[in-house]
Design a protein around this ligand. Structure first.
Ligand SMILES: NC(=O)c1ccc[n+]([C@@H]2O[C@H](COP(=O)([O-])OP(=O)(O)OC[C@H]3O[C@@H](n4cnc5c(N)ncnc54)[C@H](O)[C@@H]3O)[C@@H](O)[C@H]2O)c1
Length: 328
């Protein structure tokens, strides 16, 4: 059993991973500044409240908690906002990650590191994406993630701090027991947004951004991966690192290899909720690539990771969360 510090543990994916770690008997704590996170998602886990850019706070947290593993979920993660305020993104995501790595270097280079990266670092393509694809991030958010990955590689090569980056495709779905789930404000992700629209159409207007893409039905195609599967991948990455198998820095795509168009997702929403709603088609959103689907089995081959939950479970669990715990 390991001592694991979950930075960003009060957020959507961090809290799901924190919960799984705790259920599996690891000693856990969250570190979070609660800028987009929620204390209630911690389900009682201890919290070190502060900012990863605060080196004094980090030093004290590491000395107090003595983590063997740090999982780093903290980030600002809205593409549009990153275009409007790149300074906020470079500060929070790049400086924050640098400070975390520096604190590990000062505390103990034996601390293992698992990093939340993203498929949006890849260049535009209409083919399924493997880790060998060209890296060409299209917006400041994605650029910050790619800079962090390069930093991780350098800190492993030069200082021996072993790390893994997990490049998520579209994280979605909520905990199957309905206790925690996606609680972003504003909610920009397709599935919760469509479901919130069904609950309150005035507060959550909904439109499809573009129906003239070169895809099967004209809408964007994405690879939706359930948050419980993502959490599970973090535990496998941690085991890989703790077993001393990381001879060099590694990155893995986390996707299902199956793409769903926006219109297919909307059909799944209608099927699960048994509700129909009129669709508004809006213009394309800047920076939205037509097709983002993983074509890699590296996480399966190396870490033994296999996503278990599909689109229907994703929609069902999000619907359960939105009707139940989300707004309580
Ligand atoms: N949600 C997705 O579809 C998706 C896809 C690819 C990658 N990612 C990455 O996964 C990670 C988690 O995403 P999420 O959707 O759970 O986001 P989230 O906003 O729900 O969680 C991020 C958490 O980090 C905390 N945080 C942010 N900046 C901080 C700072 N400077 N110091 C301390 N705490 C800070 C926030 O309060 C929040 O609790 C992010 O790094 C994101 O870039 C997410």
């Amino acid at each position: 059993m390991a001592r694991v510090l979950v930075a960003g543990g009060a957020g959507y994916i961090g809290s799901q991973t924190l919960k799984l770690l705790s259920e599996q008997g690891h000693t856990v704590a969250a570190l979070d500044n609660l800028s987009t996170g929620h204390k209630r998602l911690l389900l009682g886990a201890p919290l070190f409240e502060g900012d990863i850019r605060d080196s004094t706070f980090l030093q004290k947290t590491l000395a107090d908690f003595r983590p063997e593993v740090i999982m780093h979920f903290c980030a600002k993660a809205l593409v549009g906002e990153s275009v409007e305020q790149p300074d906020t993104y470079y500060s929070n995501n790049v400086v924050g990650t640098y400070e975390l790595l520096k604190s590990i270097k000062n505390y103990s280079i034996k601390t293992k590191f698992v990093f939340s990266s993203t498929c949006s670092i890849y260049g535009e393509t209409n083919q399924a994406i493997t880790e060998k694809n060209t890296i060409a991030p299209m917006n400041p958010y994605a650029k910050t993630k790619w800079i962090c990955e390069q930093m991780l590689e350098d800190f492993q090569t030069s200082y021996g701090i072993e790390s893994i980056s997990l490049r998520y495709f579209n994280a979605s779905g909520c905990d199957r027991n309905g206790k925690i789930g996606e609680t972003h404000e504003p909610e920009t992700h397709l599935i919760p947004r469509a479901l919130l629209h069904l609950i309150d159409a005035n507060r959550y207007p909904f439109q499809v951004f573009g129906n003239d893409y070169p895809t099967k039905d004209g809408s964007c195609v994405r690879d939706y991966i359930h948050v419980e599967d993502i959490a599970n991948a973090h535990l496998l990455a941690m085991d890989f690192l703790l077993q001393g198998k990381a001879k060099s820095y590694q990155s893995f795509n986390l996707g299902t290899t199956k793409g769903h168009s926006v219109f297919e997702v909307i059909e799944a929403v209608k099927k699960v909720t048994k509700k129909d709603f009129p669709l508004k088609i809006g213009p394309r959103r800047a920076g939205d690539p037509p097709f983002l689907v993983s074509g890699s089995t590296k996480a399966k081959d190396v870490l033994g990771w296999q996503p278990a939950l599909g689109l229907e479970e994703i929609v069902q669990t999000t619907w359960q969360w939105i009707q139940g715990g989300r707004n309580q």
